[in-house]
Design a binder for this molecule. Sequence first.
Ligand code: SAH
Length: 374
Amino acid sequence: MSTVSPPGAPVPGQLTFVARPRAKPARHLADLTMAERRAAVAELGEKPFRADQLSRHYFEKLNSDPSLMTDLPAAAREKLTTALFPPLLTSVREMTADGGTTRKMLWRLFDGALVESVLMRYTDRTTMCVSSQAGCGMNCPFCATGQAGLTRNMTTAEIVEQVVAGARALAAGDVPGGPGRVNNVVFMGMGEPLANYKAVIGAVRRMVDPAPDGLGISARGITVSTVGLVPAIGKLADEGLPVTLAVSLHAPDDELRDTLVPINTRWKVAEVLDAAWEYTAKTKRRVSIEYALIKDINDQEWRADLLGRLIKNQLVHVNLIPLNPTPGSKWTASRPEDERAFVRRLESHGVAVTVRDTRGREIDGACGQLAAAE
Ligand code: SAH
């Protein structure tokens, strides 16, 4: 009788190669649920309620500086902050536009990877546009981020820290308009959020959980934008998080979309839209269709008509984005008259349409322009 080894068990005499784990960013308080924070604090030999205090500092006061944590015993402060607030984002550069109300922040991560986030302050609200990956693997030819490929996924805390950094700048009065707070977060920076699902959901939970567990931002103010990873859209619909889903469609027909959004060769327009309708059915949230208008590529009236027929009578809204220029791309934004005709055609189907007011183009901070170069 032969002996049966459990699967994966080393075979005697055979060399086993163990892949060395890639260095990961240090664990941060924002990676953890409140229960995990209490456990982490206990492991460090402190009373679990210290986790609540640390959470208040970070999520309410936006503070991770031990010298300001006077409610913690001096001896515990250094130990706890060293263990739970490792530096994750180092500011490399900040660029501003629109009189300082648009700010693009370039960050270096612990391993040298570069990411960007953009703060946009409007009269009545402030939106943070965050990255979920360093680079992006989706390879859309009109997007600067897609051209450089994927470096790596970001962690939950690396994503949350971008919002906290924006919130700090606002609270400190560094953004013209007086002290303020972050109202909206859009996952429209670098990366494909649904390709980094677990970290992104963790980040959304930290953002929406009320203080001291999280930042207490309304889920309705959070938008997750995707190229259309159908299974992940299905999972998101079941999270019980009423976040807004944005789908980067850019073409209503598979022939063109296969070239503009290459993942379309895996999940077709019809499947992506079905997933979107399932999302609206489950969450009762209006889905947003993103459509970058590219001159003579996807801006024909017949395409507006086809799009209108595909999406009419659904809980949906189309956000047209005049194409932003990216290095090396031969494409440009549509002519104003073509854009107007496209809008009219869509509206003739009763579809709600807006044209995005693009911020930050002059600092390469607009949609599709984030390339994180020093
Ligand atoms: N990967 C996700 C998140 C990025 S969001 C997604 O694709 O949805 C960035 C948005 O800007 C997407 O809708 C993207 O298609 C769009 N975009 C990319 N390049 C652009 C450009 N040059 N001009 C205008 N919009 C662009």
